[in-house]
Design a protein around this ligand. Structure first.
Ligand SMILES: Nc1nc2c(ncn2[C@@H]2O[C@H](COP(=O)(O)OP(=O)(O)OP(=O)(O)O)[C@@H](O)[C@H]2O)c(=O)[nH]1
Ligand code: SF4
Ligand SMILES: [Mg+2]
Length: 406
């Protein structure tokens, strides 16, 4: 059976001190022993992920984290790992036991509230202690959902599942479309997919597959071509397509072959809108024009693929930016869930399309960039900017987005 990709699952994180029963709670929710449980504090050292179908929400990903009340260097490493999970969390469960609620829990709760992440508090080990009235009052005042659980006795688990369903963000249920809202039903899109060294053998990559599925869901249809066949394909159509979508790497060639009155964009820009914030990324791209020699740019890729010789993030984007600016710019690359704590070295952050991660992680990165005063853009938007087709590539979204003043 083909599984729903991790990036499309609602991420539910379990957080709390060591030994409060986070792993036991995960095992009780998923009804399997997926995370090791023991009476020794600090049992979970690396995050444990468990995908499952949580009806009626659909596909979710539970993430059990290492308890983070420890001190010392090992403890610090755990704290850092857990922070990265917070960046991906759509819904948080704060687990406490024996009414231990102190500064640590307040900090955790404040962090989730700052990020507008829904929180549920689980008073676990409710067989040993009933919830303290003062904590209950405090949560009620803050309108935080809470639940009593006995994870080793399976009590409160059904209520916890029901509460999860109640608090999940609407945007997850009514998730936005990739292209359907732009071209509408019974319209045709032409998708340009280069079959080069970066193309995986025998299949299409996730953004391409998701776009095709989105078009079918929207009762639209598409033609898929290589860039070398675009002109021939367009000439065979009896009317112009509603849009041409290309892999960003073929942007210049495809822009030249697509008549100016046919809307044109890239998969990466579609994903900038789906996974991030197109306004933020469009404004961020303007920083490319202000780069000067000696400046540093951070490239972030949300998966850990092996770079190839003319890799887009390591070779092509740096080359296009150096060519556009005529300046000697430095580039650092971060992969997967890694993102630097300190952004002050950078004049710009360029995020990949993020097809392998969820929207929350990219929104977290946008938040860090805003806090650090560093502009952020994405691959497709940056490439369009350096190739001089910025306005054209953003034109299809004009109805829902404010074109930045250059
Ligand atoms: N009495 C009781 N014991 C529980 C309950 N839930 C967990 N425990 C016990 O508490 C201990 C710690 O449970 P874990 O699930 O490993 O706790 P954890 O929060 O994952 O701990 P770390 O991974 O160390 O952070 C184990 O001995 C569990 O059997 C509960 O609801 N009631
Ligand atoms: S680098 Fe980004 S866009 Fe490319 S495959 Fe990985 S997650 Fe997707
Ligand atoms: Mg654990």
């Amino acid at each position: 059976m083909l599984k729903t990709p991790k990036s499309l699952r609602l991420h539910i994180g379990l957080f709390g001190r060591r030994n409060v029963g986070k792993s036991s709670l995960l095992n009780a929710i998923v009804r399997q022993s997926v995370s090791i449980v023991s009476e020794i504090a600090g049992t979970t050292t690396d995050p444990v992920e468990k995908p499952m179908e949580l009806l009626p929400i659909g596909p979710v990903l539970f993430i059990d984290t290492a308890g983070i009340d420890d001190i010392g260097s090992l403890g610090q490493m755990r704290i850092d790992k857990t922070k990265k999970i917070i960046d991906r969390t759509d819904v948080a469960i704060i687990v406490i036991s024996e009414n231990k609620w102190a500064g640590f829990e307040d900090t955790l709760l404040a962090e989730f509230q700052k990020r507008q992440i829904p929180v549920i508090v689980a008073f676990n080990k409710a067989d040993l202690n009933r919830p303290d009235e003062r904590i209950v009052k405090k949560l009620q005042v803050m309108e935080i959902s809470f639940i009593e659980t006995v994870s080793t006795g399976n009590s409160g688990i059904t209520e916890l599942r029901e509460t999860l369903i109640r608090v999940i963000p609407d945007e997850f249920i009514n998730s936005s479309t990739i292209l359907g809202d732009i071209i509408g039903p019974d319209k045709m899109a032409v998708l340009v997919v280069p079959i080069d060294k970066e193309a995986p053998k025998g299949r299409l990559i996730l953004p391409q597959v998701q776009t095709i599925r989105d078009l079918l869901d929207s009762d639209s249809y598409c033609v898929v071509v290589k860039e070398s066949q675009l002109s021939a394909a367009l000439s065979k159509l009896t009317e112009p397509p509603a849009i041409v979508v290309t892999d960003s790497q073929a942007f210049a060639e495809v822009a030249a072959d697509t008549p100016d009155d046919v809307p044109l964009t890239s998969f990466s820009i579609l994903f900038a809108r789906l996974k991030g914030d197109l306004n933020e990324f469009a404004n961020g791209a303007l920083a490319i024009g202000k780069l000067t020699s000696g400046d540093k740019v951070l490239i972030v890729e949300s998966c850990t693929h092996h770079p190839i010789a003319d890799d887009i993030g390591r070779v092509k984007i740096p080359a296009w930016i150096r060519q556009y600016t005529g300046c000697e710019i430095g580039f650092d690359t971060y992969q997967g869930n890694d993102f630097p704590e300190n952004l002050s070295d950078y004049k710009l952050v360029i995020q990949c399309g993020g097809c392998m991660t969820n929207r929350r992680q990219i929104l977290s990165r946008i938040m860090y960039c805003r806090q650090g005063g560093v502009p952020i853009t994405n691959y497709g938007v940056a490439i369009a900017y350096t190739l001089g087709i910025f306005e054209r590539a953003l034109r299809p979204f004009a109805h829902s987005f404010e074109y930045p003043k250059q």
